[in-house]
Design a protein around this ligand. Sequence first.
Ligand SMILES: [Zn+2]
Length: 421
Amino acid sequence: MAKRRYIIHYDSTTCLKENHSSKKYSSNYFEENYFEDNTNYFQEACEDQLDSLLIRYGLAQRAMNREPIKHLGLPKKGKTKVRKTLPVTPKLIIFNKSIMAKHPDIELNNARVFTSILDMIFSLKTDEDCRNHLEKIRWNGEPICPKCGSQRPDHYRINTRGQYRGRYKCKDCYLPFSVTIGTIFEQSPIPLNKWFYAIFMFSSHKKGISSKQLARDIQITQKSAWFMLSKIRNSFAVKTDFQFEGIVQMDETYVGGKNLNKIKGKRISKTQGRSLKTKTPVFGMVNEGIVYAEVVKNTKGKTLGTIVRDKVTPGSTVVTDGWPAYRQLSDDYQHMVIPHNRDIFKLGSYHTNSIEGFWSLLKRGIFGIYHSVSPKHLHKYCDEFAFRYNTRHMGEGERFNMALINSDERIMYKELIAEKQ
Ligand SMILES: [Zn+2]
């Protein structure tokens, strides 16, 4: 038995026999303390016993010069690697591909990058294939317990009705888990390959996919498809603790509420231009090809100034149009005003064309695919289009994998529909 071997290893069986009557060092003592992490008691006991034996047999000098017994510690119980943190910090990577490549916890190299949706469908035919791909992305192939964070290849595998379906049991804390825990796929009755199809379509199509279309594509109800898309969209939410510096273009736009599209009785007068009667204002910034957009209450100087001072490092150059709300920015920033009302759209290398381009993508997407978006959900659509814009230089497969990394945020149906503005 292991216990016995452990005691013999210290060559102290004789000590035990000698002091048989001693309660302190009785064999029970070792058995009780055997599984404790702290082996110092045992080691000190052995050293004391050895010294007393040496002195008794006239070898006091040797006892003085004896080198301490090497601390052996507990035998390792098959542990290879224990990782105490969960692997992904998803939201950071949206802003910068180079950060993603350097991020120590994300090793996308191991996971397969699909060239197209056909490639994905042919490669991930079964539920098991999809699960394996997700395990590679979330765990780098080695299961990680969501409770204690232990990562090891030999977590127990649980069979359900004689078949292994991706469930593990933690070898350290005995919690059963699977790769979908804590993600948008958790407890979903929709199989993973349908989810993957939805994510691929959603992340690769420039303007998204409507729930009606998705429902027809993968044969589910429109309600389920809407819920799936909402969950995916929610997982694209952009991380907000960042700082822009250098040249930052900024602009605001107004979404929705065209009078022309309404019947005569419902038309509201004087809603053109920057009127907020029927439209929702959105404020956006672009810095080095990375966009950030946010739904705002109004476009007054106080509202926009707060956001800019929060997100842009002082001393940077801000480029805006002639909207009076931006005048105050001259205090903290180098302010370039492009007077659009005088038909000037470029001053030297300064312009606001990038952010205008993003607005046209956002508006066409909302108008063309989703038809209309209620103000309370508009911020999610902004995040969705920002995600696509910020990852536009990536391949389809890379973007799909990144969407999977971002998927570790579960949200319930009730939370989705109950959100208030
Ligand atoms: Zn565990």
